[in-house]
Design a protein around this ligand. Structure first.
Ligand code: NDP
Length: 236
């Protein structure tokens, strides 16, 4: 089950995992993108279904997990990938952006975990992969609120690991550097967008992160890849 599957890293992960035989449940808000991805995967011989889902809705996340369980009987892996990066200076008080990024990047991850844990705990098996970031390790100007959410994702993942490893539930943090995607489109301040755009000139393909996600999933059940930090070679 992949949130934010309609573009970027989520889409690339869906294609990578489908090519390896995973049965996918794709989630995001843009139905046209999900439908197209489902068709692409099916045309390549893979299996995917989708459900339009807003990760900021607790109810929709519960419905997504219920749909996956109805269709496939179990959820082996949840990839909490949906995210926004509306970077801005604190003094500009872009409070709407703060609320949005906290709702998607933190509460969405918590709701994803809450939606899948009951069935994973019952089966004593599962794997939850959370997308953090290099910004979950370092903070720069304008990335303060985004970095706070990505630090939170790492804290949540570690807490999850401590609470659930005895139930054979694996927890993985994926922390990418600059990756080509639509992420910078959520930046509303034009100056900040231009500055971040400069940094993203050296961005790597989303497939690099998809391969890392696949690597974590493919390990034997007694091996948990707890974190991977993946930067473009030329990123500071
Ligand atoms: P994209 O903008 O390409 O993808 C973001 C995805 O999140 C889209 O599929 C979007 O789908 C989905 N999304 C956003 N808001 C919601 C919502 N409310 N409900 C459901 N889905 C939502 O960016 P990336 O692929 O780059 O980002 C994926 C993850 O990787 C994010 O968590 C990001 O923070 C993280 N990351 C990315 C880096 C990069 O450089 N690209 C670096 C470090 C981390 P839709 O709009 O259809 O709902």
């Amino acid at each position: 089950m992949i949130t934010g599957a309609s573009s970027g890293i989520g889409e690339a992960a869906a294609k990578e995992l489908a090519s390896k035989g995973a049965k996918l449940v794709l989630a995001a808000r843009r139905e046209d993108r999900l439908k197209k991805l489902q068709e692409d995967i099916q045309n390549q011989g893979g299996q995917a279904i989708y459900k339009v889902t807003d990760v900021t809705s607790h109810e929709q996340m519960e419905e997504l997990a219920a749909y996956a369980l109805t269709e496939f009987g179990k959820i082996d892996v949840l990839i909490n990938n949906a995210g926004l990066m509306p970077n801005s200076f604190l003094y500009k008080k872009q409070i709407d952006d703060w609320n949005k990024v906290i709702d998607v990047n933190i509460k969405g991850v918590l709701d994803g975990i809450a939606a899948v844990l009951p069935s994973m705990r019952e089966r004593k098996s599962g794997h939850i992969i959370n997308l953090s970031s290099v910004a979950g390790h370092v903070v720069g100007p304008t990335s303060t609120v985004y970095a706070a959410t990505k630090h939170a994702v790492r804290a949540i993942s570690e807490g999850l690991r401590k609470e659930e490893y005895s139930n054979n539930i694996r927890s993985t943090i994926i922390s990418p550097g600059a990756v080509k995607s639509e992420l910078t489109e959520s930046i509303t301040d034009p100056d900040v967008k231009a500055a971040v755009g400069e940094m993203y000139k050296g961005a790597i393909e989303a497939e690099a992160i998809a391969r890392a996600i696949a690597f974590a999933i493919e390990q034997p059940a007694d091996v948990a890849v707890n974190e991977m930090l993946i930067r473009p070679t030329h990123q500071e």
